[in-house]
Design a protein around this ligand. Structure first.
Ligand SMILES: [Zn+2]
Length: 297
């Protein structure tokens, strides 16, 4: 009787596949999970224990950028200098210049850029307690990250004030800015300069909609600084995609525009231009889009 040894090989292949999948999953989850050990003292009388995934009140932990890495974006900050990592700082300058050309001169200012963990503690804790806006840390965390859990500490995130305001929209920290002409321009073009919206409307992370809060990940993966920014924000991007967001892989716009189109007719000439395969990319709206990848002649 012939002995089927193929099952051993198949089992080994299956095991190898599972190990690879587990490895990819651990790479995203472990950095945060390793921190999920003990209650964190946020403010006086407000100690909170992080969840199993390392998040605290829904927020992801971030370390503070070394001061030597930060540069001021000039003129951009409101009231105080807007400090950022070099790469996003350069892209803000480019974004502001493009906005000027598009008729939105002076429409964007840096409301809040890099924030130290100690400054974040002041912001977070000053609104908790009797007679203040929030009862406790959990309520406060809906609209502000606890100290040690803010993207602002990385130097790769900022709050952009949009103007000019109107009688109907008088607050730069209100959703209404998304419907101002300049706000619409920003939502449509920020990704071209590497910025994506961390907390989109209806985000599954459970955060308030913040159309002013942008994190920088570089317009393409090969943009200098993008690898570092994308690894810092990997957990957030994998679990709570930004919208508008930036695709994980770089494709020429003409190919991206083809995503979602019906299946094309295969190229009659394999050596020439045409379609080479189906792909999936992260896309705005918090999901993935699939489509067909083209090839240039
Ligand atoms: Zn912010």
């Amino acid at each position: 009787m012939p002995v089927d040894t193929g099952w051993q090989e198949r089992a080994m292949r299956q095991l190898a596949r599972m190990a690879m999948q587990l490895g990819a999953w651990l790479a995203v989850v472990l950095p945060a999970a390793a921190l999920a050990l003990a209650p964190v003292q946020l403010c006086s009388g407000q100690a909170v224990t992080p969840g199993a995934d390392g998040r605290l009140l829904g927020h992801i932990p971030y370390a503070e950028a070394p001061a030597g890495e930060l540069v001021p974006v000039i003129p951009f900050g409101i009231g105080k200098p807007c400090l950022m990592q070099r790469e996003p700082a350069a892209d803000i300058v480019r974004l502001v210049a493009a906005a000027r050309v598009a008729g939105f001169a002076g429409a964007f200012r840096g409301l809040s850029c890099f924030r130290s963990i100690s400054y974040q503690r002041t912001i977070f804790c000053s609104k908790i307690g009797p007679g203040r806006a929030c009862r406790d840390a959990a309520e406060r965390a809906r609209s502000s990250a606890p100290p040690g859990y803010s993207e602002h500490a990385t130097g790769f995130a900022l709050d952009i004030a949009v103007g000019p305001l109107t009688a109907a929209c008088r607050n730069v920290l209100n959703d209404c800015i998304a419907d101002l002409p300049a706000g619409r321009w920003l939502l449509a073009h920020a990704a071209e300069f590497g910025f994506e919206l961390s907390f989109p409307n209806g985000n599954v992370q459970g955060m308030m909609y913040e159309p002013w809060h942008w994190r920088w990940v570089g317009a393409t993966p090969d943009t200098p600084g993008a690898t570092r920014a994308r690894s810092l924000f990997a957990f957030a991007r994998a679990n709570f995609p930004a919208a508008p967001g930036i695709p994980e892989i770089h494709l020429p716009p003409i190919w991206l525009n083809a995503l979602g189109q019906p299946a094309p007719v295969p190229s009659p000439n394999p050596g020439g231009g045409g379609w080479v395969g189906r792909i999936e990319v992260y896309a705005g709206g918090g999901g993935r889009r699939s489509g067909w990848l083209g090839r240039e002649k």
